[in-house]
Design a protein around this ligand. Structure first.
Ligand code: SF4
Ligand code: SF4
Ligand code: SF4
Length: 327
């Protein structure tokens, strides 16, 4: 066989492999968002009910066996503190002008709870290379396994809410995040208890329940007439420990977490805009659904050299056989 014929045959067959149906065209498409689990559990934070007492912060630390709120933190009750390697839940304060009116954007103040949102389509789980972060198939709780973690910190970049925190001050630091009070050794949910923060919240600002029941409650509140009185539940939305009456505020007609980035199991409602409370503007598409689609496409493209090589080998063999037959 002449060298020119070999090259020509190889190129023709390589092209045929690529274009002739042996390998379907590869496009960088997003996969669909993951959908909420049927029995997902979560929390509803109603900013208009929060009085900034930080009972939830203290209880969270107790449940998770973390250093208690310090005296200086108690004195600075209205100071914004963020999540850290030893704080999984924080109450932040919005303040404008003279800060005289609760839940007013101008000359007002409001509180916001920050902890893991337990995303329906969690970015942290998607980017973890060793499955140290997982989503429970029934409850949707996003959990962390320190024994599997290699400390790469991808999850910190993969979370749209800056939730996972690394213990930089420890020689063998771990990632810390809220695990809905159900990690190994705590297991409040498995034992039929509420999350610690929901249990102690005196106003029901942090409410526990299934995502479905919480979403229904949030929608009910959107329908209430401002100025009317509503009987707000405390604890578990489906089995409240107690109730209290309060005048209905003018809610923003938006349930944050119903659809953002594919939705979250921890949802927020408020009387002031969510950007003032520090929640990022997000579309309905989860970032990881797009990234995983592109990633899988890239892996498909990486298969091209192997397919081409297989095609070339086939041509060489066929041409060699033909040459042998002809000689
Ligand atoms: S669910 Fe538990 S770990 Fe999460 S913020 Fe509430 S108390 Fe803390
Ligand atoms: S730091 Fe740990 S949990 Fe986070 S992505 Fe890396 S291996 Fe996974
Ligand atoms: S809020 Fe961040 S840490 Fe929590 S599940 Fe979503 S991506 Fe993961």
């Amino acid at each position: 066989m002449k060298r020119r014929d070999f090259l020509k045959g190889s190129l023709q067959s390589g092209a045929a492999v690529l274009t002739g149906g042996a390998l379907a065209p590869v496009t960088a498409e997003a996969r669909p968002n993951l959908q909420p689990k049927e029995d997902a559990i979560g929390m509803l934070f109603d900013s208009t009910l929060c009085v900034g007492c930080k009972a939830c912060v203290a209880k969270c630390k107790q449940v998770n066996d973390m250093p208690p709120v310090t005296e200086s933190e108690i004195r600075a009750w209205d100071e914004a503190r963020d999540l850290s390697g030893d704080t999984l839940n924080v109450i932040k304060t919005y303040k404008n002008g003279d800060g005289s009116t609760k839940d007013a954007e101008n000359n007002g103040f409001a509180f916001e709870k920050r902890s893991c949102m337990h995303c329906v389509d969690p970015g942290c789980v998607s980017v973890c290379p060793v499955t140290a972060l997982t989503q429970h198939e029934k409850t949707g709780i996003v959990s962390y396994n320190p024994d599997a973690c290699i400390g790469c910190r991808n999850c910190m970049a993969g979370c749209p809410y800056n939730v996972p925190q690394f213990q930089y001050d420890k020689p063998f630091g771990q990632i810390m995040k809220c695990q809905m009070c159900n990690q190994k050794g705590v297991e409040r949910i498995d034992n039929g208890l509420l999350t610690g923060c929901s249990e102690v919240c005196p106003t029901g600002a942090t409410l526990f329940g299934t995502r479905k029941a919480l979403l229904a409650e949030a929608k009910r509140r959107m329908e209430l007439k401002p100025g009317d009185t509503y009987t707000y539940p405390r604890g578990d939305v489906s089995n409240p420990g107690s109730y209290h009456d309060k005048r209905v505020p003018t809610y923003k007609q938006h349930i944050w977490g119903e659809t953002e980035a594919g939705g979250t199991n921890v949802m927020h409602i408020s009387a002031i805009s969510f950007d003032k409370l520090g929640l990022p503007p997000l579309g309905e598409r989860s970032a990881c659904s797009v990234a995983e689609g592109v990633q899988h496409s890239l892996y498909s493209y990486l298969a091209l050299p192997a397919v081409l090589m297989a095609g070339l080998s086939y041509v060489v063999k066929r041409n060699t056989d033909e040459e042998g037959e002809g000689s």
